[in-house]
Design a protein around this ligand. Sequence first.
Ligand code: ZN
Length: 274
Amino acid sequence: MQTTQVLTLALVSLSACTIEAQGEHLHVVGSSVNSSEQEIQSLLDVGETLHTDIAALHPPDIALDGEVRVELHGQFRQTSPYVDDQGTVHLWRFSEAEGGYRAMYAHELVHAIAYDSLVASALAESESAGFYLEGWAEYVALLVDPGKTGFPLFGFDEDVVVGHWLQQGGPTLAELRERHEELNMPCQGQAYILRASWFRYVDEELGREVVLDLAAARDGLEREAVEVVLGASLEQVDAEWADWAAARFEAYPDADAEAEAYLGRMGWYEPCLD
Ligand SMILES: [Zn+2]
């Protein structure tokens, strides 16, 4: 039995080899155990387009990373995709319905493209910065990859999902800002899309310049600096966002039935409620 296992391991490691593809901005690296040359090339092509589209959504005075390494790690088990402290994107393969490696690709590339300028600023150390960095990453991902079918919408309409969570109660935006580290992962089914929706509100209702100033965070992301950019208090903007989102849910045909179906799809998730 043991001999067989050792032999199997030896065979796997002998047959595993690195496969990679280099483009203008991205370097995608995987292994023959969990990917194919064709898939790596396809992820490179998709990633180059995403990189260009993401770059176009950043203010010109923000230095962007022109070279990003992307590592593929096989089947998703427990580790969520992330960007490490070298600015490297790490991806796991989700189900085909969720887009496989693509599920969180755009979101992580948003983090990675501004990684160096983030490190150069004091943002990484501020607690509420997490709210804005995550909200911006997911909002840009929705803009550049509107067909994405994985987390957090799983193919359902943003207006339905946001309106549903607003009706349910659970953490407010103020709590998501103040307790980012504590709430982000346990409340992920709500937090990611609510923050992204708040960014959509700022973009569509307060203006593209305002949302770009927020993303640039030239004076940091503490309350005072954010309120100067917004031109209003956070309480006021949050309340107006909630009214706006509730109206969009109301206007969506069969929103209640859609919300039911979405909940069925989210059976794995235990909501954070009051
Ligand atoms: Zn993120």
